[in-house]
Structures are given as structure tokens and as C-alpha cells.
Design a protein around this ligand. Structure first.
Ligand code: PLP
Length: 346
């Protein structure tokens, strides 16, 4: 496709933004050979972002490279963010703050649980200040992501102070999403060196706040790469979610010097797989997807995001949505600590 940026030019434009460099890029892109032959259909690959960044890693590491550098450049000494009790974004923010000696404040719109487990246990270990505010908070499909962020920003000012650096839920902001614009170039280069045909390659990922998806969409657009992306809305948290992702992807392109408006209908976002409730709280199809990945490839998925997204991918493969000549890269976005909080046998 004509008119795109070269990877070098995109890198040059990204270099205008302050960025910390966590070790470990590029993250590995590995073939899932056994799974591919077991399932038939497309050739499957996995992009291992699960270990990237501070505090056990995950997709939010790429966002935190930019957020933390921005915070430090502005001379701020406190960061505040929010999420669900098992927020991986909150846990990684806590770790990123500990690493540079900044106070982390985490707001949870929920009661304080009697026994902190999983991510909450780690938040405390990283020395984060945890604020439990048991009302409201959005994330139940009744509010847009932007309204939720605006409201919580106000609460954060009251609760923590005006001098704290506010990071929106899941890092849904242009600054953090630059990380996945850069990741698009990284995947393009790895796919080329592994011989994956770009026009027959799709990157599939879990979408929670759509930050990862928006970054990748903008990145592949800027490069005019035919590599497709597909987000699976595994949590169904937001009203008008595709419009929020579209706004963010457009804002990213504008920030990097290109005007491109995305329409909500253009956003490649599918509903997550419907839970097939069996005997446990974690639906049977999610558990079997997690077991399949573990027992075919020795790779652990989480019960909230990647396990559900992988169950969704399995449904798509089962329905014949990908041909045998196609390549699917499953983005492993991390989230493993919530395995220890899900309370269900896998
Ligand atoms: C492990 C994991 N995977 C996927 C996601 C979804 O990413 P995003 O919020 O960028 O859509 C999140 C966070 O929301 C996450 O913690």
C-alpha cells in the first residue's frame, strides 16, 4: 500500500516522546506447532508480551515505558490509576512506580476484600497505596470509557491530590498507546523475517479498554501494513466501546503526524465468546481453552483476558473463519497473577 511510513520513519517519530526502556524487546514471536496441527486450519503463532515490563510483566509494560517517562519528565512524584480488584494494569503500575521511587496510588471501586489475592497481593508487595471506594466506578457497560476516566480523575484529585499523575483505566490514552504503535512495527519485522505473508496474517488479542488494539490499529495503518488485527471484547465493560477505540486510534495517528479518522464500524472488535457455564464459576469453554494451551504448548493463559480471548479464537477457527493458508498471531498479554485469585479448578 502506498503512502505509509517506513519502520525507520515511524521509529523516528516515536523517538520524539520520552520513553523508559525495559529490557526484553523484541518479545519472542513463536510458532504454536502442536496446536496448529491439532486444530487444523490456520498456522498459529504466539507473541509473548506476557513477561514484558515490571512486576511480572504483560501488555501494560509497553504503555508504562511511555507513561513513566512522561511522569518523570514532568517531575511528578505520585501516580494514580484505577481498575478492577484483579487489575493487571494497576499491579504493573505499582511495580513501575516502585522501580523509580514514585508513590503509586490505586483506586478500587469495591470493598476491601478480606484476603488480598493474586494481583492485590502483589500491589501491596510493591508498596502501593490502595484506596477502596465501594461505590460506582463504571465498567459495567453503562458508561463510556471516557466518562468513567473523567469522573475518576476528579475522585483521584480529591482522594490523592492534584499533584498526582493520572493514568486512565488500562492506560487508555495516547501516551501509553504509543507502546503498541511501536509493537506493530516490531511484529511487522518479525513476521517478515519468519516469512509470514502480511496479507494473510492476523494478530488476535483480548480487548479490555481497547488500548492495545487502538495502538496496533494505528501502527499498522501508519505503516500501511496489510497485517490485520482483531480484538475480542472479553469483558464487555463499556458503552460505545468501538467509538472509544476509534477515537483513540485516530488521536494516535494525529499525534504521529497523520490525519486518519476511524469510524466505529471499522474497528475490528468482536464480542468475546459466550461463557458456557458448567460446574464452576469460570465457564467450561474458558477452562478448556486454558488447558488446551497449557497441555499442547506448556504456555499458561489467564482466566480474565487471554484465556477468554483464546477461547474466542478457538470458536473462530472452529467456524472456519481462517483458511489453512492464513497465519494467526495470538498476542499473549499476560495477566497470570489472577490465576491465583480465580478460585476455580482449571
Ligand atoms: C492480561 C491482559 N490482557 C489484555 C488486556 C486488555 O488490554 P486493553 O485494556 O489494552 O484492551 C488487559 C487489560 O485490560 C490485561 O490485563
Amino acid at each position: 500500500m502506498a503512502g505509509g511510513l517506513t519502520a525507520a520513519e515511524l521509529e523516528r517519530r516515536l523517538a520524539a516522546f520520552p520513553r523508559l526502556r525495559y529490557a526484553g524487546l523484541p518479545t519472542p514471536l513463536e510458532e504454536l506447532g502442536r496446536l496448529s496441527s491439532q486444530l487444523g486450519g490456520p498456522r498459529l503463532w504466539i507473541k509473548r508480551d506476557d513477561g514484558f515490563g515490571p512486576g511480572l510483566g504483560g501488555n501494560k509494560g509497553r504503555a508504562l515505558e511511555f507513561f513513566m517517562a512522561d511522569l518523570l519528565r514532568k517531575g511528578q512524584r505520585k501516580a494514580v490509576t484505577f481498575g478492577s480488584l484483579q487489575s493487571n494494569h494497576a499491579r504493573m503500575t505499582a511495580a513501575a512506580c516502585a522501580q523509580v521511587g514514585v508513590e503509586a496510588h490505586l483506586l478500587f471501586f469495591a470493598r476491601r476484600p478480606p484476603h488480598p489475592e493474586g494481583n492485590l497481593l502483589l500491589d501491596a508487595l510493591f508498596g502501593a497505596h490502595m484506596h477502596y471506594i465501594p461505590f460506582g466506578g463504571g465498567g459495567d457497560g453503562s458508561m463510556t470509557l471516557e466518562t468513567t476516566n473523567r469522573l475518576v480523575r476528579l475522585v483521584a484529585r480529591l482522594w490523592v491530590g492534584r499533584d498526582a499523575y493520572f493514568i486512565p483505566v488500562g492506560g487508555h490514552h495516547v501516551t501509553g498507546c504509543l507502546g503498541y504503535v511501536a509493537a506493530a512495527a516490531e511484529i511487522q519485522a518479525q513476521a517478515a523475517s519468519l516469512g509470514l505473508p502480511p496479507a494473510r496474517t492476523t494478530v488476535v488479542m483480548a480487548a479490555g479498554t481497547g488500548s492495545t488494539l487502538a495502538g496496533m490499529l494505528a501502527g499498522f495503518y501508519l505503516l500501511r501494513s496489510p497485517i490485520r488485527v482483531l480484538g475480542l471484547d472479553v469483558e464487555n465493560l463499556w458503552k460505545g466501546f468501538p467509538a472509544s477505540v476509534a477515537r483513540l486510534a485516530g488521536a494516535l495517528c494525529a499525534t504521529l503526524g497523520e490525519e486518519r479518522r476511524f469510524r466505529p464500524e471499522e474497528i475490528p472488535l468482536l464480542g468475546g465468546p459466550s461463557p458456557d457455564h458448567g460446574d464452576g464459576r469460570l465457564a467450561a469453554n474458558f477452562r478448556s481453552a486454558i488447558r488446551l494451551m497449557a497441555q499442547s504448548e506448556g504456555i499458561v493463559l489467564d482466566p480474565v483476558f487471554t484465556g477468554k480471548a483464546f477461547a474466542g479464537l478457538l470458536e473462530l477457527i472452529d467456524r472456519g473463519e481462517f483458511g489453512e493458508e492464513e497465519h494467526v498471531i495470538f498476542l499473549h498479554t499476560g495477566g497470570l497473577p489472577s490465576l491465583w485469585a480465580c478460585g476455580d479448578p482449571l
